[in-house]
Design a binder for this molecule. Structure first.
Ligand code: SAH
Length: 246
């Protein structure tokens, strides 16, 4: 059957690109992806046919890929991080409904939450919630509800799409919601350009995060829970092993 693979490249498509993802790229005739992600892998696979499409062209990109697969080309769609976490995997399954059946394989990747957590220390060692602050596809009221619920339940919280030029105040609004349930000194951190050139990380308090202008769309933000602490500058959420022995 005709084959379409949805591949997560990891945060930077460098050392965090899995062997399985690499092999899936190698065995595809055509690679389709957002311009910035194709750029990440272009040099590593110089002989592959690749097609890139712009931002907000997700449906077109998926149709193009499904049509290529239906026509007999082994095709791959690449996404940054994981292919199913705010990635193209779901949309590929949806779009494929309109076409003759093809074999779809999802190849997972290291999501920004895992990549960023490893840079900051070990903030995700206990229950955590991942929330995107993008209201392009989700009403802001629903995002607020999820933020409130995650803060109330004392999850460590990981924010994707934390801030853009057109939505500059969203991180501040999110922090205000979290501050209703959490202390201003809650340890937080963010990592920019995880696994890519220019990777930087910052540890700061929730109050400082609220007024932080440095966070952008290439940043993943981490907000600690009641147990999260700083150990030698690293953000750590204990699972509780040592505390059990006390
Ligand atoms: N599928 C991706 C997420 C896409 S949503 C994944 O699993 O990682 C896009 C958001 O992910 C960005 O706004 C940012 O918050 C986060 N992100 C993705 N790659 C990143 C990177 N290399 N460095 C920092 N944040 C990243």
């Amino acid at each position: 059957m005709q084959k379409l693979t949805v591949i997560g490249l990891g945060p930077g498509a460098g050392l965090d690109l899995t062997l399985r993802a690499r092999e899936a790229i190698e065995s595809s005739d055509l690679i389709v992806g957002y311009t910035a992600y194709i750029a990440l892998i272009r040099d590593a696979f110089p002989h592959k046919e690749m097609v890139s499409t712009g931002m907000k062209k997700e449906v077109d990109r998926c149709r193009l890929a499904v049509e290529a697969a239906v026509s007999g080309k082994t095709t791959a769609v690449v996404c940054s991080g994981d292919s199913g976490i705010y990635g193209m995997a779901g949309l590929i399954y949806e779009v494929a409904q309109d076409y003759p059946p093809i074999d779809i394989e999802v190849v997972p990747g290291i999501t920004a939450a895992c990549g960023g957590a490893a840079v900051l220390g070990a903030p995700l060692t206990h229950d955590f919630a991942v929330i995107s602050l993008s209201d392009l596809l989700t009403p802001w009221e629903k995002i607020e509800r999820r933020l409130r619920a995650a803060a109330e339940a004392d999850f460590v919280i990981c924010l994707y799409n934390p801030r853009s030029r057109s939505r500059a105040d969203m991180l501040r609004r999110a922090c205000d919601i979290l501050l209703a349930a959490k202390g201003g000194d809650t340890p937080c951190g963010y990592v920019k350009n995880i696994g890519r050139e220019g990777q930087t990380s910052v540890v700061l308090s929730l109050s400082q995060l609220r007024d932080c202008e440095d966070v952008d769309m290439f940043t993943t933000v981490f907000i600690g829970n009641e147990q999260t602490k700083l150990l030698n500058g690293k953000l750590v959420t204990p699972r509780g092993y040592l505390q059990r022995e006390e």
